[in-house]
Design a protein around this ligand. Structure first.
Ligand code: SF4
Length: 506
């Protein structure tokens, strides 16, 4: 409790692994924070908290009645548990809870491994944490709060399922306090829908809170509610660029498309000058809709292609075809909208033929980046894919909540090693070009548009050089060699990188 008698809550997200993910604000815990503020709590949110928290965060923890830790990725869990133990050492009586998409299906296990935790919240937690808060400040047992695993009298109690929130407009807008410095570049993230109706086998999002019996798999905020938030973020923080982080902005079997049209109409009628990015499925893209959205500021779309060979597409249950993916890419190009492509080049049972088909697709469509080309399937603990792979004799080792595996085909293992080593220098070129494009996109004057066209060409040349190097590695692997040690490929890659670096230099 603080000096004025107001009870305090601390919500923390552990740091991300920046080698694999760009940092971002933790919208999940910020949405929970907003509901706690409505309950009258004093709330502090700490994004990207290091496993050894700064003194100021420890001081907050010591004053808090409720401490929540949100893990967006499973790989954050070891740090999340370390934070729980540290917070317990300074706050013996606080209720410490954990949640977030990364904790999916691991709730009892985390409680068994970490005595510092009182509970784990299942799925989306706004309503659960609000109720939990009321019990905590009243000094009552939260055993009746549905949607949790709870440590009670030395036992773990499942308090019962809780349906996900259907009326997302009824939730308060995420609490944005403490982010003013991060918003200084006018870039903000926001979430306008939750869930995804698809069933991709590798995807945690597709399983997270979307499978509650009777609840819709794609839930959404109304266009008006979203545009109100955008206007608010513009006025409060000068935000102009918005990354919409929904799994599927256009989901809902047509409802998302209708909502996107309403959204565009409202942005136009209110005269908002914005740029925004979305993520969606390739089967949802339409020429007319893209034109409409581009006119009101759509500048980037992330689509999940994932693979081009039949075996991988079946394994991932993508239910899309390479032809559809190629058409979606062509449509985005024609609409003059930047895009990136989710792609999983390797999985435990990959063979060289399937990888060649994947590379052929990337080359034919001139897409691909270092991260996409070296990307290997990540199987999270509890994933239904683990049983399938085990039946195929794939052996997994688990370490710190991450599942590690070897490729079944040793030639694939050699190829993967070569890709990681020899393609890595292209990543620096990609980042330099992407940063420059981001800056130019923000301005969009005539001079910037000219520079943008030039940079887009350079980016395409980087992709071609990357893929040409990858093909050389593949040829050596197919003939039984060790591509990572092939001096001709090493020299070829170094030459292409030097040449492109010179083109990129101002
Ligand atoms: S479409 Fe995307 S978000 Fe939906 S299940 Fe597949 S990978 Fe996950």
């Amino acid at each position: 409790m603080d000096g004025e008698g107001v009870r305090q809550a601390l919500l923390v997200a552990p740091s991300y692994d920046h080698a694999e993910y760009l940092g971002a604000e933790s919208l999940g815990i910020r949405s929970v924070a907003a509901t706690l503020l409505d309950e009258g709590a004093r709330v502090t949110v700490v994004d990207e908290c290091p496993a050894e928290p700064p003194a100021e965060v420890l001081r907050m923890a010591g004053q808090s009645s409720l401490i929540g830790i949100g893990a967006l990725f499973t790989r954050q869990i070891p740090d999340a548990l370390a934070l729980a133990r540290t917070f317990r050492s300074v706050s013996p009586d606080a209720h410490i809870t954990i949640g977030g998409q990364g904790s999916y299906s691991l709730w009892p296990r985390m409680l068994e491994e970490c005595e510092a935790l009182n509970s784990a919240c299942l799925n989306e937690a706004e309503e659960t944490v609000s109720e939990l808060w009321r019990h905590v400040i009243a000094g009552e047992s939260p055993a009746s709060v549905r949607g949790m695993y709870l440590r009670l009298g030395g036992e773990l109690l499942f308090t019962g399922p809780r349906a996900p929130t259907e009326d997302l407009d009824a939730l308060p807008l995420p609490f944005r306090g403490g982010r003013e410095i991060a918003y200084a570049d006018s870039h903000v993230t926001l979430c306008t829908s939750r869930g995804c109706a698809a069933h991709c086998s590798f995807c945690q999002s597709g399983n997270y809170a979307n499978r509650h019996p009777g609840a819709p798999r794609w839930r959404y905020r109304s266009a008006e509610h979203v545009v109100d938030e955008i206007e608010h973020l513009q006025q409060a923080y000068g935000a102009r660029m918005f990354s919409i982080v929904d799994d599927d902005f256009l989901g809902g079997d047509g409802r998302g498309i209708q909502r996107a049209q309403d959204f565009a109409r409202l942005v136009r009628t209110r005269g908002l000058d914005i740029r925004f990015a979305i993520e969606c499925r390739i089967s949802e893209l339409e020429a007319a809709l893209l034109t409409t959205l581009r006119d009101v500021g759509l500048r980037h779309v992330l689509i999940g292609v994932e693979a081009a060979n039949d075996a991988d597409l079946r394994l991932y249950a993508k239910r899309t075809t390479p032809q559809q993916a190629a058409e979606a890419i062509a449509l985005l190009r024609k609409s003059d909208i930047e895009y990136s492509v989710g792609f999983i080049m390797f999985q435990p049972l990959s063979d060289l033929g399937g990888i060649r088909t994947n590379l052929d697709f990337l080359l034919a469509n001139n897409v691909g980046s270092y991260r996409r080309v070296v990307n290997r399937l990540e199987v999270y603990p509890g994933s239904p894919l683990i049983g399938y792979f085990r039946r195929k004799q794939v052996h997994f080792r688990e370490e710190s909540y991450r599942m590690y595996y070897d490729f079944q085909d040793p030639r694939v293992a050699l190829l993967y090693e070569a890709f990681v080593k020899l393609l890595k220098p292209f990543e620096e070129l990609e980042s330099t070009a992407a940063r420059a494009i981001f800056r130019l996109r923000a301005e969009e004057g005539p001079a910037e548009l000219h520079a943008l066209r030039r940079l887009t060409e350079v980016t395409e040349n980087i992709t071609r050089a990357l893929l040409a190097t990858a093909y050389r590695c593949l040829q050596v692997a197919e003939s039984g060699g060790v591509p990572a040690d092939d001096k001709r490929i090493v020299a070829y890659a170094a030459g292409r990188v030097d040449e492109l670096r010179n083109v990129l230099s101002p």
